[in-house]
Design a protein around this ligand. Structure first.
Ligand code: 5GP
Ligand code: MG
Length: 233
């Protein structure tokens, strides 16, 4: 499939808009390309027709995840120079299910001893869907008490979900708690919601692929793309 990629600028966590190619100055990957640049994204499948445009192709994602691994390793310590209390180990805590592909790639960029724990959060309406507030069901399995916990999520949108998970972890007494999200929608979550590592800042668009779903589909689409609007109505 040949498509024009990155038809809108995507900036990184510090708000900088970067250009095509890896920046020597920052070592960060590029996320902006010209509107008319057609690239072979190496995928031909039935999902192509449903994607309006690719926002982040798999190679751009791969390079940024590699960089995130380095950023995280700086904080959690490289082998032999652990900066944290070594008696408390590291636990990565993905929020299921959207973060599974990101998690799988990220942990292989982290030269750290670690455990995995898992959290699943779902909301369901009360008996009267109109008048009752939504209730939240949270299931957390794994070792987080006394450990350095890094929550891993696919996307930060309104910021409703993340504080619920952060509070649930804090209640279990971690040694430290940090959060990493692959994507953050610009200007949506409250500024006071603290996230330590961000892969890409994106516009307020509904995206799928690389673990992100619509109706549980498209998780295996290798890029992150904007779903055609008519499919969501
Ligand atoms: P929030 O609570 O921050 O509004 O949203 C959190 C969750 O909503 C994300 O972890 C993700 O599962 C889902 N979500 C938010 N925006 C998108 C999007 O653009 N695409 C997909 N597939 N899921 C999203
Ligand atoms: Mg999610």
């Amino acid at each position: 499939m040949r498509i024009a990629r990155h038809t809108s600028p995507v900036s990184l966590a510090d708000g900088a808009v970067v250009s095509e190619g890896t920046s020597q100055a920052t070592g960060r990957c590029s996320t902006q390309a010209s509107r008319d640049q057609a690239v072979d994204v190496g995928y031909n499948g039935p999902m192509d027709a449903d994607i309006e445009r690719v926002l982040l192709d798999r190679e751009t994602i791969r390079r940024r995840v590699q960089e995130l691994g380095r950023e995280i390793a700086q904080v959690y310590g490289n082998p032999g120079e652990n900066r944290l209390d070594e008696r408390a180990g590291v636990t990565l805590l993905p929020i299921l299910s959207g973060s599974i592909i990101f998690l799988a790639d990220l942990i292989r960029e982290l030269p750290l001893m670690m455990k995995l724990a898992f959290v699943h959060i779902s909301s369901y309406p009360g008996r009267s869907t109109e008048s009752q507030p939504h209730r939240t069901l949270l299931e957390l399995t794994g070792d987080v008490a006394g450990r350095h916990v890094l929550i891993v999520d696919d996307i930060l949108d309104s910021g409703r979900t993340l504080p619920i998970v952060q509070d649930a972890v804090r209640q279990r007494g971690p040694a430290s708690l940090r959060t990493c999200v692959l994507l953050r929608k610009r200007g949506k979550a409250p500024a006071k919601l603290k996230v330590d590592f961000v892969g890409f800042e994106i516009d307020d668009l509904f995206v799928v692929g690389y673990g992100l779903d619509f109706d549980d589909l498209y998780r295996n689409y290798p890029h992150i793309g904007v779903l055609r609007a008519e499919l969501m109505s």
